[in-house]
Write a protein that binds this ligand. Structure first.
Ligand code: KG4
Ligand code: ZN
Length: 345
């Protein structure tokens, strides 16, 4: 099996997306299927773990078949499997992991468990303009907000992280408070486009640190909602959304650029679901240009959860000759410093 010619099937089921993708040589995307459970969970205003795992069980086989079909391949063509091992919802992770093991066993091909966060960063290697190690990576998702110094493949050092809510969580909780839908980040992004981001000022926390805190901005919105006593109307909502979004975006950009400056690094990768936010992308472009740096952000469909990013990491691990055994377990909480699959075996 040549490292640069491998066809890897990626599987991702850590949260509420059932996803499968085929990637060739770690850089070329042949298919990318994402079955979102958003509609099922939106009526609860957030993900219900038990429902998520049941939906994964229903969707996993058809999603894998579709990924093979779209890549114009059969199961016999696949040379390696990469599956998200964690972090994530344990019941959901187990569905993907079991499917990956079954596929690997039936076809007698190697499989590896992949860290979901490393996957988010590696999505950038599917784009035309790729960063060069070492670079800074900001991962902003529904469950994580962390700045890494990425020294090489599988060599990550966390240098800043949230002390409470993740940025995506701050968006999701705000949208729930305002009763405007789910997932919150997407809804607030859309609303904010018609709003004035300077009219309402929300707090920016921990300005002197590379760590983040988003619980204050959420509490500030909660106080505003309580004080008002009635729902915001159509004219007020865009300004609330734009002001709230700006408070989150500003600290994300400011701290990431500061981390790059401190370490004298000129390339920044921004990834994870929140990286699809239009204002975050715009502000990162402006500020990196102003500071003589370069920002790399995957297209929106590779920022939110997908299996292509998992296949990219899998390709790299398999190319190094590493494999996991069929008794590999899932890891719900994976320490930020231990991204390497071998560290927890
Ligand atoms: O990476 P992801 O798909 O799943 C996790 O690993 O968490 O990220 C999901 C998060 C949710 O919190 C969602 O509100 C947020 O990404 N998100 C956005 C946008 N689209 C999704 N946040 C801000 N702006 C968006 N356009
Ligand atoms: Zn994610």
């Amino acid at each position: 099996m040549e490292g640069n010619e491998m066809l890897v099937l990626g599987i991702e089921t850590s949260c509420d997306e059932t996803a499968a993708a085929v990637v060739k040589d770690g850089t070329s995307l042949l298919s990318n299927i994402v079955f979102s459970q958003m509609d099922v969970h939106s009526k609860y205003g957030g993900i219900v773990p038990e429902i998520a795992s049941r939906k994964h069980i229903e969707a996993i086989a058809p999603v894998i078949c579709q990924a093979l079909e779209n890549a114009r391949l059969s199961a016999q063509d696949i040379e390696g499997i990469a599956v998200t091992r964690g972090p994530g919802l344990i019941g959901s992770l187990l569905v993907g992991l079991s499917a990956a093991k079954a596929f690997a066993l039936a076809r007698n091909i190697p499989f590896v468990g992949v860290n979901h966060l490393e996957g988010h960063v590696s999505a950038i290697f599917l784009t035309d303009t790729k960063p060069v190690f070492p670079f800074i990576a900001l991962i902003v998702s529904g469950g994580h907000t962390v700045i890494y110094l990425v020294k090489g493949a599988h060599d990550f050092q966390a240098i800043g992280q949230t002390r409470d809510d993740a940025a995506g969580e701050a968006f999701d909780k705000a949208a729930k408070l305002l009763d405007i839908g789910y997932p919150g980040g997407l809804v607030i992004d859309r609303l904010a486009k018609q709003g004035d981001r300077r009219r309402i000022q929300f707090p920016r926390a921990m300005r002197d640190s590379l760590d983040f805190s988003f619980s204050g901005v959420k509490t500030s919105l909660l106080s505003m909602v309580k004080k008002k006593g009635s729902p915001f109307d159509e004219n007020e909502l865009p300004d609330v959304a734009a002001g709230y979004q700006e408070a989150i975006v500003e600290v994300l950009v400011e701290k990431t650029i500061r981390a790059a400056k401190v370490l004298s690094i000129k390339q920044i990768v921004v990834c994870g679901g929140v990286a699809s936010n239009s204002r975050l992308r715009e502000k990162f472009l402006e500020e990196t240009q102003a500071n003589g740096m370069e920002v790399f952000i995957p297209p929106a469909h590779l920022c939110t959860d997908n299996a292509a990013m998992i296949a990219v990491v899998g390709d790299s691990i398999l190319s190094e000759g590493r494999r996991d055994d069929l008794d590999l377990n899932a890891i719900s909480r994976w320490p930020l410093e231990l991204l390497d699959t071998c560290s927890l075996s």
